[in-house]
Design a protein around this ligand. Sequence first.
Ligand code: PLP
Length: 371
Amino acid sequence: MQKIYLDNAATTRLSPEVLYEMMPWLTSEYGNPSSIHTVGRMARVAIEKARKSVAQILCVKPATIVFTSGGTESNNIAIAGTARQGLVKSIITSAAEHHSVLHPVEKSGLPFRLIDIDKWGRPVLKDLEKQLRNNEGTSLVTLMAANNEIGTITDIISVAAICKKHGAIFHTDAVQYIGHYPVNLSEIQVDLASASGHKFHGPIGTGILYVREGVDVTPLIESGGQERNLRSGTENVAGIVGFAKALEIAASDYEIQKKLIGNFREYLKKGISDIFEGVIINEDPVDGGLYSILSVSIPVDDNCAGIAVMLDAKGIAVSAGSACSAGKVSHVTKLLGRETGFETIRFSLSRYNKAKEIVDVLRALEEIGNK
Ligand code: PLP
């Protein structure tokens, strides 16, 4: 059976170059970076080299990069860590955020507000400004750079400017953004930013949290004080080296990938619009969204056509935001008002997809549509 993988927003294939770079740290070079002997010091050097490279790509100082186990942990440290610090009195977020943001916000013990979102799932900045004007004390604003389900992009430069004007701390979950677009964290003036290695062909279980100098965060994990005391525990040397290599590869050809993957997305979008009458493309028709994600809501009679399952049976992996395939309706699908009468499917592409695969997916969808 053919295997076509269009679920790259969930996780991506590990790049062979990344694996090659990681291999010594998984085999022969197994020193603990905190050890004082030569083997340990070599591991420390590898970590600091990786940190320097990541920092350079994101245009910040190496000391501001904290290596973590992924986007979930980075978001938790950013939110629970600033909440515990004491300065922040309330949190502002949106209902379209990932659960790794929403859950720590709900459990922070601080009052929080969900700002309005527009019909494409993006935060309404006027409402953000209004909420910040009304808030007393320092607020933490946490808004994602790009939505993992529908690919809408937030204007984080404007969010950062609004936060700065009102003295708020700004965290962005950039898990679906970093590794796909050039990012200058210094210029954006964001205080905290999360990224995850396995979203851009790095290893699963790796991530970073950028913590701007002067932003106080209380660690959630206590012990040996690794990672600037923000994330104790023996470092995942191979993972850190792999994260840095994956980001280096991504940063070397952002524009080429944007064009290539973006063309596949457009072709897929056009084909799906031709096959399914009344399909809704979940993107702002003017601004578009992430070039790597295409979210479509296909009208169905019984709210459970099982299109994603049928695609799976044909060897095509996609993600579904609807009840029949995923087990429950996703909170973002609900927010868009596509809870009933539609099956929402996310196609997410990567540098490893081929034109023929997109043609095959459309052929498979046509067969399903004809049924
Ligand atoms: N934030 C967003 C927007 C995501 O898409 C994901 C993963 O899908 C995460 C956070 C969690 O990242 P990780 O899988 O690295 O924990």
